[in-house]
Structures are given as C-alpha cells and as structure tokens.
Design a protein around this ligand. Structure first.
Ligand code: FES
Ligand code: FES
Length: 177
C-alpha cells in the first residue's frame, strides 16, 4: 500500500468555488470528470493532439489531459457545462445546432471551448482566423465547414459575452475528499 500525499486546491469551476483534495499526478481532465462529474470534457488521445479535452483556465484554452489539477489552484476553470445559462444554450451552442456544426458528443465540446476562447479575444473573426483557432481540434468525420459556419453565426449573434464567471459564484465550496 502506497502513501499518497493529497493536495487541497481551490479552483472556481463554472462559477462555483470548489475545494478538492487531489493527487499531485492527477490531471485536470480526471479531476473534472471523475471528481466533479463534469463529463462533457472528453479524453481522446490523452497526449495533447486531438483537442477533445479543451477547457478554459483563466481565460486561455488548455488541454486538460496535459495539465495537472494542482495547477488550477485559485484559477477560474470553464468547461462546456459552463456555457449554458439558466437552461438557455450559449449563442455558440445555438449556432452549432442551427448550422449543423454538431459532430459527436466526443469532439464537439472541445470545438465549442476553442471557439469560445476565440470569440472572447476576437469577437469578429475572419474565416481564416476561425480555422486557425480550431486547428487544434481534430474530427475525422467532418469537413469542418459547418463548424466554421456556426462560429461565424455565433460571432454575428454577439457570442463574446462570458459564460460563468467568479462573480456568479453561488454554491458553497464542496468538502475536500
Ligand atoms: S485528450 Fe487531450 S488533447 Fe486529446
Ligand atoms: S470525432 Fe466527433 S464526429 Fe468525428
């Protein structure tokens, strides 16, 4: 039996202050999926190539399969579950639906989060800029055009306003486990 030193971290995930005890080797993806039940973040390649695990940490997209959970102590983390608000889809989600940009449930969350980061920084991107922003997200089943169309529509609809932010923290911190 091995002794594992757990580390208590306090990230803000989708606007909710969390307090969780993690192993130093635990990835952010595993924290989100296994400890916090946020299974919209998916693991494909698990080595930084496919983009399925993309989430936003302190405003920047990261591969959650490559980031350790302990690195998010004190950080703001947004996952695909944090996009919708009060049951209403985020404009990006609405546009993906309307433009048939939805691919499988495995790759789509990563596309949404990369597009979300893009529109936060560039509310009116060109098609080339959209393609560049999504170039790290891999799907072998699409020609990508519907996804480009969806991001363009979302930009035109004004999708730049942020999703959950620390100002929206409503729930008490979860107990460390
Ligand atoms: S699972 Fe993280 S990049 Fe593929
Ligand atoms: S990997 Fe999701 S539809 Fe191709």
């Amino acid at each position: 039996m091995s002794d594992i030193d757990f580390v208590t971290i306090r990230p803000i995930v989708n606007g909710v202050a969390r307090k969780v005890a993690v192993e130093p080797r635990q990835t952010l993806a595993d924290l989100l999926r296994e400890e916090l039940g946020l299974t919209g973040t998916n693991l494909g390649c698990e080595h930084g190539s496919c983009g399925a695990c993309t989430v936003i940490v302190d405003g920047k997209s990261v591969r959650s399969c490559l980031m350790f959970a302990v690195q998010t102590d004190g950080c703001t983390v947004t996952t695909v579950e944090g996009l919708a608000s009060n049951g209403d889809m985020h404009p990006l989600q609405q546009a993906f639906w309307e433009q048939q940009g939805l691919q499988c449930g495995f790759c789509t969350p990563g596309f949404l989060m990369s597009a979300y980061e893009l529109l936060q920084n560039n509310p009116n991107p060109s098609d080339d800029e959209i393609r560049h922003a999504l170039s790290g997200n891999i799907c072998r089943c699409t020609g990508y055009q519907h996804i480009i169309d969806a991001v363009r529509q979302a930009a035109q609809a004004g999708a730049a306003p942020a999703a959950a932010t620390p100002d929206m923290v409503a729930a008490p911190a979860a107990a460390a486990s």
